[in-house]
Write a protein that binds this ligand. Structure first.
Ligand SMILES: Cc1cc2nc3c(=O)[nH]c(=O)nc-3n(C[C@H](O)[C@H](O)[C@H](O)COP(=O)(O)OP(=O)(O)OC[C@H]3O[C@@H](n4cnc5c(N)ncnc54)[C@H](O)[C@@H]3O)c2cc1C
Length: 437
């Protein structure tokens, strides 16, 4: 272990938590009856509760841990108006119909707009900046695939993306690592924990919402037209239940557990870089991601001094020092001048992948859900949570992406035992693409 890459005071928790930490909010007691019980207090669950409150509907949000302990305060904070229209987590190429591509593009743009409206209307100070995203091609063959993807996106209605050749690349990123790429102008970045804190504050301003932290939903039983929800704090009877547990979806609803695969995502934050270097690496303040199967995503911190560098170093949880070492190595492969820069923070969290690589909101067995961020949920999960809340209130008649129901995953019972093997195979395929093909 090269201990030298770890800065003095190295911490195994999100850099973002220095500005806003998850909150221990406990209800003195759960109400025995609620219009709606929302399970999961991340962006999706809070947004559902907020939409319900604005329609005069009372809800209880039960959160197993502290509010903000899930993925919502841990992300890279990249915000895109796009969604993947390429491959599923199994590596299978996805054949979406042109109508579905249009629907996907439209939903991603609507989610992005709705995030901006939410930030404005609730006056959330979370360093949102619209500086665009660069998607780097990790192999020459990937650039050819990006050309095809660009054509598909344009046909689907995307207007703000353009191809960047390798010769033009240095205008976008201070690295020669990529073989060109695709720029999405309608993309930005924010401080994910401050955004969460602002959303939580907005929810707390609405008196009809009860927040119950350290309260796990443990069972659901039909009760006439509604449900009895068993929790670690007792039982609540309710008309509707919203499941908003994304990458932390457990045994509560087995049919949902079989439809989402939790995958760990890992991040490091570096120490402050020498004056002038951040601008050289990131001349336009963009966020970055890649075409590899095991991709990395990165950006500068809101003060423009550190690199926040993430990726699926492994698909499962791993020790912090190993995570820091793996990600630092990948960082230096992209920016060799960062070899001597140390890591101050590292952390991880879970995202949820679906078989069709799309996020979903809908109903299953009479339960409402918003799940399946596929790694991009900063704008999509609040949007889907809000949509579910409005649909329950009768204020929305068609949920986003309603034509594509959340599909089961063939031969998957909810135990992702295969993830280490899939991660290893993907890394091997990435190596083959980058060195042989
Ligand atoms: C490391 C990392 C980097 C990421 N980077 C980006 C990025 O740059 N851009 C982007 O768009 N997205 C990114 N994401 C994804 C994004 O963070 C998520 O999509 C989003 O936060 C999901 O919000 P959510 O509300 O659906 O789930 P979460 O915030 O994960 O909340 C789910 C909650 O459900 C609770 N829960 C589970 N079961 C129960 C139960 N039985 N009872 C009560 N509570 C329960 C959990 O405790 C958890 O708090 C990243 C995610 C991670 C982990």
């Amino acid at each position: 272990m090269s201990a030298s890459i770890l800065a003095n005071g190295f911490r195994e928790e999100p850099y973002w938590w220095e500005a806003f930490r998850p909150q221990s909010i406990t209800a003195p007691a759960l109400p025995r009856q609620a219009d709606v019980v929302v399970v999961g207090g991340g962006y999706a669950g809070l947004s559902a509760a907020r939409a319900l409150a604005d329609a005069g509907i009372q809800s209880v949000v039960v959160e197993a841990g502290e509010f903000g302990s899930g993925a919502s305060t841990r992300s890279g904070g990249g915000v895109s108006a796009g969604l993947s229209v390429g491959k599923s987590f199994t590596g299978k190429a996805l054949a979406y119909s042109p109508e579905l591509v249009r629907e996907v593009v439209g939903s991603a743009i609507a989610a992005y707009r709705s995030l901006r409206e939410l930030i404005d209307s609730e006056k959330i100070d979370c360093h949102f900046e619209e500086r665009g995203r660069f998607l780097g091609a990790c192999a020459a063959s990937h650039y050819a695939e990006l050309e095809a993807r660009h054509a598909k996106l344009v046909a689907g209605g995307a207007t703000s993306c353009r191809l960047i050749t390798k010769a033009e690349q240095r205008e976008e990123i201070g690295s020669d690592y990529y073989h060109g790429g695709l720029v999405f102008e309608t993309a930005g970045k924010l401080h994910p924990a401050l955004f969460y804190g602002g959303l939580l504050a907005a929810v707390r301003r609405r008196n009809s919402i009860t927040l119950a932290g350290h309260c796990r939903a443990t069972g659901l039983a039909r009760d006439g037209d509604g449900w009895r929800v068993a929790t670690s704090m007792g039982e609540v009877r309710t008309r509707h239940v919203v499941i908003a547990t994304n990458g932390y979806t457990g045994d509560l609803v087995p049919s949902l557990k079989r439809r989402v695969v939790p995958i760990a995502s890992h991040i490091i934050a570096t120490e402050e870089l020498p004056e002038g270097l951040p601008l050289k690496l990131c001349p336009r303040g963009r966020t970055f991601s890649e075409t590899r199967r095991v991709l990395h995503y990165y950006r500068l911190s809101p003060d423009g001094r550190r690199v926040i560098f993430g990726g699926r170093a492994r698909f499962t949880e791993i020790p912090g020092e190993l995570r820091a070492k793996l990600l630092h190595k990948s960082l230096v492969e992209r920016f060799p001048e960062l070899a001597g820069i140390k890591v101050t923070h590292t952390w991880q969290g879970n995202v949820a992948f679906t078989y069709d690589a799309l996020p979903h909101a809908g109903e299953i067995e009479g339960l409402h859900f918003a799940l399946g961020c596929n790694g991009s949920g900063v704008s999509m999960m609040p949007y889907l949570g809000d949509a579910v809340g409005r649909a329950i209130a009768g204020r929305l008649h068609k949920l986003p992406l309603a034509e594509a129901p959340l599909p089961p995953i063939p031969f998957y019972s909810g135990n992702p035992w295969f993830l280490p093997a899939v991660g290893g195979a993907f890394r091997a395929l990435d190596w083959f693409d980058e060195h042989v093909r």
